[in-house]
Write a protein that binds this ligand. Sequence first.
Ligand SMILES: Cc1cc2nc3c(=O)[nH]c(=O)nc-3n(C[C@H](O)[C@H](O)[C@H](O)COP(=O)(O)O)c2cc1C
Length: 461
Amino acid sequence: MAGTSTASKRPGKGRKRTARTRKTLSRNNAPAGRKKPRRQRKPAAGRRPAHREPPAPRPVRVLLGVTGGIAAYKSLELVRLFRKAGWEVRVVMTAAAQKLVGKDSFETLSGNPVAFELFPRKRPKKAVGVEHVESATWADLVLVAPATANIIGKLASGVADDLLSTLLLAVPQQTVKSGRVVLSPAMNFNMWDHPSVKTNIDRLRGLGYFVVEPDTGDLACGDTGAGRLPDPEVLLGICRAALDRSLLPDLSGTIVLVTVGRTEEPIDPVRVITNRSSGRMGIAIARSFRAAGAKVRIVAGPLGVPAPLGMVTTGVQTTQQMHVEVLKNLPDSDLLVMCAAVADYRPKQASRTKRHSKTLRLELERTPDILKSVSRARHSAVVVGFSLDSDPDAAARKLKEKKLDLIVANPVTTPAADTIRPTLVLKGRKPQALPEMTKTEFARRLVIESAELLKARKRHA
Ligand SMILES: Cc1cc2nc3c(=O)[nH]c(=O)nc-3n(C[C@H](O)[C@H](O)[C@H](O)COP(=O)(O)O)c2cc1C
């Protein structure tokens, strides 16, 4: 992760990383020990320097706070994923959390005793959390998931009346300011909408805490709305990004609309005209924006891979349906990424019954040009398009014609492949051909490029 990142700066506000702080992250993301490294003496001329083995990187240390939200059971899976990633995990539970999930399960999965008392009667053999300051400074990353309205309120106002709230105040400001204290609120949608909760969230974001936007969907209380804890895999991605802030910028508060997959144009009730797009690129993009903290809405045509869980997804079949959904969501979006491979032609007249004739002559017409409509619509979103064409000049023409901010030209072999060889075409800049990379790697790169465009848009607004 940190070792392979090519990004040199993090566009997030006020989170510039200095050369020194960058150095404190070892290869597997773990900040190095707190002791100052001894300065190496220069070898005298002619004398060979003594060979020293580099110190083995230690595992990432995660402190997971679990509070009394109904989604607390999901944190068990999160601990399993952390351990699978090779990370060391300590869990601190509130009293309310223990009413919802047993601490024994967390102890088994984390391999560490769960801390929950500020004044324990007995000090556990493996001293964890008893000295709240020790655990607070031990952690490379602190995650509170689920974070109740209660813990959010306490942290925003500096209340320390149990182990977790005390420990959160004892976390060094350097950890907070570098975005490595992540809060993932989950609650009933009315609670999430409450002005006091909103004020507390704004305050915490202002102080440097990374607040994950809750997902929208079915809630445990039987209602539907915003307030769900994101899928554990999504939280793992957010934690990875938090550990290496140079990998992804902080896009919390940004609304991103992504079209994914392909569209299908019916010939008759069973046959369609379509293309080979699997949706892998679009899904990787949606996931990366989510990991950067953005709120992501997906408009998905048919997919060859599973749709990501926990993101607002509207399913469509035809280009016309995608056109309608994109224009509907555009005014509320800060960024549109048109990654779907839409069918450019459709039968002029689809048959209502299945065709059986020996030969079939189809007259095709153009489908609506979504990007053209976007260029004519009233909106303030940054628009990123894709062009299945290796010719950067053709992409540059499309960029101008459709008033795009960025276009990703890629070869026609991309839709069915695991990798992409993209060329970035930006207004007023020379096309930039990038080496072949996985779609996940490119998705991260696109998030970084988009963050720069969003920043520039804000500056000129
Ligand atoms: C069954 C049940 C489920 C709850 N789920 C939530 C929830 O999802 N989010 C939330 O903010 N509060 C929820 N609460 C309320 C909290 O448990 C309550 O505010 C408690 O004081 C939180 O304490 P803590 O923040 O110390 O864990 C729930 C309560 C009950 C009884």
